[in-house]
Write a protein that binds this ligand. Sequence first.
Ligand SMILES: [Fe+2]
Length: 340
Amino acid sequence: MDNNDKILVIDDELAPRESIRMVLKDHYHVLTASGAGEGLDIMSRDPVDLVVMDIKMPKMDGITALQQIKSTHPDTEVILLTAYASLETARDAIRFGAFDYLIKPFDKDDVIMIVEKGLEKRRTNAGLRLERDTLLDKTSRLESQINEARSNIMNYYDGTVKALIYTIDAKDHYTFNHSNRVAELASAMAKVIGVPQTTIKGLEHAASIHDIGKIGIDESILRKKGRLSPEEYEEVKNHPAIGARIVKSVPFLEDAVPVILYHHERFDGNGYPEGFRSTQIPLTARIVLVADAIDAMMSDRPYRKALPIEQVMSELKNNSGTQFDPVITSLVLNGDVPLQ
Ligand SMILES: [Fe+2]
């Protein structure tokens, strides 16, 4: 028993109220009230651990008071006193959340036993609640640590991708803004098609560095203003395989490998390096091919000025189903993905 446990005895009749107080006062801190209103008043100022309360009281009866106590002090246990052990009142008492009931006239030992059991339950509940609160607190701290770690990882990823873009840019100045625009356009297309959000971040990374293999191509070829000779063109065609080899060793970029390797495959099978056609080519690579071509047409190049938007549209239309996946070009041609 714990003398710090606080018990409130509510009974409009002095005799039973006092006799319960006398039974409990040596073991617990006991308060008394002569009616439910007064009892609730005491509890609002000074919460108690357990209430022993008569069922039959004028003004507010014990069942009504029990419901109020359970709504305002759900952890306080309530034991009801009844002069008649009617099954109905007992059932009501339990249904509305009473811990148990005592039948008048009561036995001293029974009172102590039931009160102690009620307090035991209260302590167990309080312990469980504390445990639950501690767990919730730990969970929420873990969640925020995980979120922070995830955001740090995403920042590292973005930083790594940016470093790779700068690496290509050092060799081919046209690339930096081009990489970002291809990523934006590919991402917009993927969203309209319904590619899952979790795949889109990876696609943006892949689109940004789809030409990473160009760092393995001779600078004089990359910067050449005139037409490439057949030999030079053959060398340029190695850049998807070189890029895939570079990125293969970076675990978070594994989804970028097929994009890099197949971003020059044509829908009709006349592309490189494998000559894959239609859906043999991964969807992400088909998206990047169209986004890459659009941005290339819309940019100034060493050998020509940017094409007007009408010409870009007609190129897309003319090469739909041959060079490009018609489903993807239709996103732009239908205006679902606008070109700025
Ligand atoms: Fe390329």
